[in-house]
Write a protein that binds this ligand. Structure first.
Ligand code: NAD
Ligand code: WQD
Length: 337
């Protein structure tokens, strides 16, 4: 297949590009580089020995998207492009809705005009909201999201569902990611957040490499086994492979929704301890206050992806730690170096 990967120069996108190329697909990446790097794509080419066609462009730019579809015979779109900082989205709702919702709308208009109606969308476990029973299962309706980022994901899910209702030729796969971490085992591509990391794993890695003094653990008084929050962390390469499996599902018209997670909750303290056990590198931490909006514990029921896509997470927590450290220690300043 020839696949357009929006946001392919970012963290999950670049890992997915590697898996697509290794499976023999042709890849066109469209990315405005607001949070991605062309170096990631060069390294994806180096890892695979295959070429990527890169278009520096914005999904909100209709003529740029029309040009991509005019110049390439695209079979399907994997749509990663978007903004993802939960805290930032609270202060900048218009920026988030404009980029994530309007951007997807323009992309879909260009797809419709070009007659390309297969899309795999990066959604999030956050669409279940705060009241859903754990583990989260796809049959539970979307809940109330607590920030514009999460709401933008729920809105795009609805937008894509409505497209299928209106025109049954559309084929949509909504992938709800849990907490992707880790890096390619080569150590050549990985997560490279700008500024202070919002997420746990890159923060741990930056403390370990000496870029930050200590981790603050946000709350140790939750009703969990050790009092810290539990999440379903999955290896980014497993997640990337999930997109390959989804490409097969996107060949059938309709909407399909899949959770992509391991099905296991791991606490913040377990994450810190595993990192040190696997890498031998200590992570100084202090116990701090709860972070507003955090849920105590959630993880996936990933049975549907296993049964229908033949996908399940294969890599272990130790793999996630070792691969994160290989990337971070080999690239202490990320792609900037
Ligand atoms: P990322 O920021 O590394 O990648 C997103 C890419 O999209 C970046 O390269 C950025 O430059 C590009 N981009 C953003 N807006 C664009 C626009 N308007 N036009 C063109 N390119 C644009 O993020 P990621 O972690 O790789 O996440 C990829 C997708 O998965 C996002 O949609 C995100 O919301 C979703 N997701 C991520 C997580 C996570 O924990 N990382 C969890 C659930 C869902
Ligand atoms: C994990 C745990 C923190 C940083 C977010 C988004 C979600 C999805 C994935 C996109 C929590 C704790 C964190 C730190 C800490 N993204 N923590 N100290 O919050 O589960 O999910 O990213 O869709 O929508 O909300 O992930 O990595 O931020 O936090 O103690 O410095 O680590 O409190 O319990 P989260 P996270």
């Amino acid at each position: 297949m020839k696949v357009l990967v929006t946001g392919g120069a970012g963290y999950i996108g670049s890992h997915t590009v590697v898996e697509l190329l290794e499976a023999g697909h042709k890849v066109v990446v469209a990315d405005n580089l607001c949070n991605g790097s062309e170096v990631a794509l060069q390294r994806a080419e180096e890892i695979t020995g295959a070429g990527v066609e890169f278009v520096r462009g914005d999904i909100r730019d209709r003529s740029a998207m029309d040009a991509v579809f005019a110049q390439h015979d695209i079979d399907a779109v994997i749509h990663f492009a978007g903004l993802k900082a939960v805290g930032e989205s609270v202060g900048k709702p218009l920026t988030y809705y404009e980029n994530n919702v309007h951007g997807t709308l323009v992309l879909c208009q260009a797809m419709e005009a070009a007659g390309v109606r297969r899309i795999v969308f990066s959604s999030s476990a956050t669409v279940y909201g705060s009241e859903a029973p754990v583990p989260y299962v796809e049959t539970t309706p979307r809940g109330t999201t607590s920030n514009p980022y999460g709401t933008s994901k729920a809105m795009v899910e609805k937008l894509l569902e409505d497209l299928v209702i209106a025109d049954e030729r559309w084929s949509v796969v909504l992938l709800r990611y849990f907490n992707p971490i880790g890096a390619h085992p080569s150590g050549r591509i990985g997560e490279d957040p700008q500024g202070i990391p919002n997420n746990l794993m890159p923060f741990i890695a930056q403390v370990a490499v000496g870029r930050r003094d200590e981790l603050t653990i946000f709350g140790d008084d939750y009703e969990t086994a050790d009092g810290t929050c539990e999440r379903d962390y999955l290896h980014v390469v497993d997640l990337a492979v999930g997109h390959l499996k989804a490409l097969k599902a996107v060949s059938h018209p309709g909407v399909s929704v899949y959770n992509l997670g391991t099905g296991q909750g791991v606490s913040v303290l377990e994450m810190v301890n595993s990192f040190t056990r696997v890498t031998g590198v200590g992570v100084p931490y202090r116990l701090g206050a709860r972070r507003a909006g955090d849920l105590p514990a959630f993880w996936a029921n990933a049975d549907k992806a296993r049964m229908e896509l033949g996908w399940s997470a294969e890599k272990t927590l130790d793999d996630m730690m070792a691969d994160t450290w290989r990337w971070q220690s080999g690239n202490p300043r990320g792609y900037d170096a």
